[in-house]
Design a protein. Structure first.
Ligand SMILES: [Mg+2]
Length: 291
């Protein structure tokens, strides 16, 4: 981001009437795609006011498999124009990257934590993994799916493997989703991937899940979205996500907070809005009890 652009953004945010001053050790973590935004699309501004109300009671975080570029792109409206940034943690790549909120009006996000997958796995295991993915990409390409570019994206703390390519447009994505529903392409390839990892003796080191609608997230064991919880050990944490079932990329964090009654499954923007409303009510009643 250029300096000039940042100043413009700052001016926009200064127009905001309220600045979040919430200091409570409480945080609500949201998945991004399918929860705060339609998949790979921009933030739904209908959620802005509910999130503002929520921010009066708690800090907020976005924990997503996507890297920070996508967060910047999809959440641009909030980052540019809203005072929400002052209580909004960005946790891309499942929280293996952590950008705490800027503390003052003229601060901006700085990375505080950045985990390294190649270093953790070691060069040999990492190379095996990439070779397996390249091989599987050749096979899946033969199924007549749309093909663009950036099939295997290294994000420092995870690999995102997208058989149609990260450069796919909405039309390509829709075409793939239909085919995937019909032929269970990703579920089959997830099994193939796990089998190949096992044959290479690296299955115990590497976890694989379906990411979003079109891809796979692959990372060291334990580096799923529960990784984000490491940054908030002395916090009460809630989670809202849309892929909480088997093979979904929200499953582990959903399960981790479920026993405390702090996990919510959404089906899209409208449901997210209802969940936020319920949380606001819950926090408000807690605070009135606390006096
Ligand atoms: Mg999602």
């Amino acid at each position: 981001m250029t300096y000039g652009k940042r100043i413009t953004w700052l001016e926009e945010r200064k127009k905001s009437k309220t600045v979040c001053t919430n200091k409570k050790n409480r945080i609500v973590l949201f998945d991004m795609d399918g929860t705060l935004t339609p998949p790979r699309q921009s933030f739904d501004t209908n959620l802005l006011q509910p999130l503002r109300e929520l921010s009066q009671h708690t800090q907020i975080g976005i924990v997503t498999g996507s890297d920070v570029e996508y967060v910047n792109q999809q959440m641009e409206y909030v980052l540019k124009k809203s005072e929400l940034v002052y209580c909004l943690h960005l946790l891309p790549c499942n929280g293996t990257k952590w950008y705490p909120p800027p503390r003052q009006l003229d601060d901006w996000y700085d990375i505080k934590h950045n985990a390294d997958m190649r270093e953790t796995l070691g060069e040999e295991k990492y190379r095996h993994l990439v070779a397996i993915l390249l091989d599987l990409q050749c096979h899946v390409s033969a199924l007549g799916i749309p093909l663009t570019g950036e099939f295997i994206q290294y994000r420092g703390s995870m690999i995102n493997w997208c058989p149609i390519g990260r450069a796919a447009k909405s039309k390509d994505r829709e075409q793939f989703v239909l085919k995937d529903e019909k032929l269970s392409i990703r579920k089959n390839y997830l099994k193939r991937l796990e089998r190949k990892l096992s044959l290479n003796g690296i299955q115990k080191d590497i976890a694989c899940t379906l990411g979003g609608d079109t891809s796979f997230d692959i990372y060291p064991i334990g580096w799923d979205k529960t990784y984000a919880l490491r940054h908030f050990e002395d916090y009460d944490v809630w989670f809202v996500g849309d892929r909480c079932g088997e093979n979904g990329n929200d499953k582990q964090i959903y399960d981790a907070l479920y026993s405390k009654g702090r996990s919510y499954k959404t089906t899209g923007i409208e449901k997210t809005k209802e969940i936020i409303k319920a949380l606001v009510g819950h926090f408000a009643s807690l605070e009135s009890t606390d006096g």
